[in-house]
Design a protein around this ligand. Structure first.
Ligand code: SAH
Ligand code: SF4
Ligand code: F3S
Length: 491
């Protein structure tokens, strides 16, 4: 009884919060309106995203609120309001933010109306905020990952204050639904199914800056996807740091595979992707659901991190090299046309050239379709930061060795598709050649082919003519007329 009561109060709290934020959006809108009168034009805003898909989705929420307040969105950092949605997973992500901030400052000197805001994962680190407070005093607003839903309110505060507004929370259990979102693509969208992470891999900062794992209710997720489908979205990507542990903490627990079965039923959605899968939690039930599905894409991102059991243990990954290998083998056996991609870290504390050999051996055996390789970055506050670090020269040597093999296997895998006819979702006009369109295959491979802009957002059959390593060139074929879902965006 009490639990039900709590749920109702929680829900009411969320409703109230939403109303509150809509009120502030209107209030911020008044400030934007008076700025517009002063400028004699609509004020512009720019949201720059660093980091992962989660951040990209958060940026769409920021953009939705800014648009709601009356700003015009642009991709130009010369805009009247610029917000950096930051990442702190590796130090180079932080360095890029500092570098770009210097440039923003020079732009601000030329535009006295310009406002600058920072949010996202890096702001959850006290040392980063201290540095900004002392060396980047021109920043007008700073907030973190947990109170992003209060952006309209913070924006209002920023307009009302002469000093930097700073609001960072340590954690939250709130999930506020239904605030406006401005999608980057009309035909595809990410959807958060959960927030935070409980895994505490020993190198990783994410659990500290994103808080504990919270799953959204399946009802809210389905409702959001239905609305997206009604709005023309054909491809969705379900987002979570470890989607395989989805639903464990819900009042009525549900598995990720069960959620996928429900999502599959949504009319109009033709492709389903998800990110990321932790190998330790990938179930047979999920493999079965993927195998049975007509909509789940033939792509699995399955971060390996290391191919050495000794290192995996120190990383707190909770699987061995053998377990990973047999999982990958099972997946390839059950779903032969699937592409498996991965993340690998080189230079984790204590890693020897022999450990790198073990990783290279796993890369060869699994034959990854693509692998993102990272040099280990020491993150303050994580357990690995206090372990003995590997000298830079040794890390570099291991990294180069690994990269070579990763590229070879990816090329080999890619070439297997030569001559096949596969469906591609047309994502846009090719950036280098305006006569070409760029499409994405179910297995996440990119293909360029001639075609008209009207095809953007449609799924079309393409013959893969030539493999160029990591992408294909090909030719679009006429659509089939047999009523299959191919090419029917809202079927
Ligand atoms: N939740 C996802 C990964 C999120 S971070 C997962 O568990 O797979 C994305 C990738 O960044 C990780 O897979 C890892 O390879 C890399 N990464 C995370 N922390 C890192 C660090 N301190 N140094 C180098 N790479 C890191
Ligand atoms: Fe980081 Fe591990 Fe969580 Fe992924 S699962 S976000 S690597 S702690
Ligand atoms: Fe970076 Fe935060 Fe994503 S640290 S990788 S933006 S969750």
């Amino acid at each position: 009884m009490n639990r039900i009561k709590n749920q109702i109060t929680e829900k009411m709290g969320v409703q109230e919060e939403m109303g509150r934020q809509l009120y502030f959006m209107e209030k911020a809108g008044k400030y934007v309106e008076s700025l517009a009168a002063e400028l004699g034009r609509k004020p512009t805003c720019c949201v720059t995203t660093f980091g992962c898909q989660m951040n990209a989705r958060d940026s769409e929420k920021l953009a939705g609120i800014l648009e709601g307040a009356g700003y015009e969105l642009t991709e130009d950092e010369g805009a009247d309001f610029v917000i950096f949605n930051t990442c702190t997973v590796r130090d180079n992500a932080n360095q890029r933010v500092y570098g770009r901030l210097g440039h923003l400052n020079s732009l601000k000197k030329k535009n006295p109306h310009k406002k600058i805001a920072l949010c996202g994962c890096m702001m959850q680190e006290p040392s980063a905020v201290e540095k900004i407070k002392s060396s980047y005093r021109f920043v007008d607003l700073i907030f973190g990952t947990h109170n992003i839903y209060k952006f309209a309110e913070l924006l209002t505060l920023m307009f009302e204050s002469d000093e930097t507004v700073i609001d960072i929370w340590e954690d939250t259990d709130q999930i506020v639904e239904d605030l406006p979102v401005e999608r980057k693509y009309p035909f595809k969208s990410g959807i958060n199914i959960m927030f935070g992470c409980n895994n505490f891999c020993s190198y990783c900062i994410v659990p500290y800056v994103r808080g504990r794992e919270r799953s959204r209710s399946p009802r809210d997720i389905i409702r959001e996807i239905e609305a997206l489908a009604a709005d023309g979205v054909v491809e969705i990507m379900l987002l979570g740091q470890n989607v395989n542990s989805y639903g464990r903490n819900l009042d009525e627990p549900m598995t990720f595979a069960q959620l996928l079965r429900e999502v599959e039923k949504i009319k109009g959605i033709q492709r389903i992707r998800f990110m990321t899968s932790h190998p330790k939690d990938l179930s047979d039930e999920l493999i079965q659901v993927m195998k049975d599905s007509k909509k789940i894409c033939r792509h699995l991102h399955l971060p390996l991190q290391s191919g050495s059991t000794r290192i995996l243990e120190r990383m707190n990954r909770k699987y061995t090299r053998e377990q990973y290998l047999s999982l990958a083998e099972k997946i390839r056996r059950e779903i032969p046309d699937i592409a498996i991609t991965t993340d690998i870290i080189v230079g984790f504390p204590g890693e020897t050239p022999q450990d790198v050999d073990d990783t290279i051996d796993v890369v060869r055996r699994v034959s990854f379709d693509n692998a993102f390789t990272f040099i280990y970055s020491r993150r303050t506050g994580t357990p690995a930061a206090s372990m003995e670090q590997v000298p830079e020269g040794i890390v570099r040597e291991g990294f180069d060795r690994l990269l070579k093999v990763v590229q070879e296997t990816a090329k080999e895998r890619a070439s297997l598709l030569n001559g096949q006819i596969l469906e591609a979702l047309v994502e846009g006009v090719n950036e280098q050649d305006p006569d070409l369109l760029t499409g994405r295959l179910s297995n996440n491979m990119i293909v360029h082919f001639e075609g008209k802009e009207e095809l953007i957002g449609k799924i079309v059959p393409v013959r893969l003519a030539a493999c160029h390593g990591f992408y294909y060139t090909g030719e679009a074929l006429p659509k089939e007329q047999d009523g299959k879902e191919t090419g029917i965006p809202n079927g």
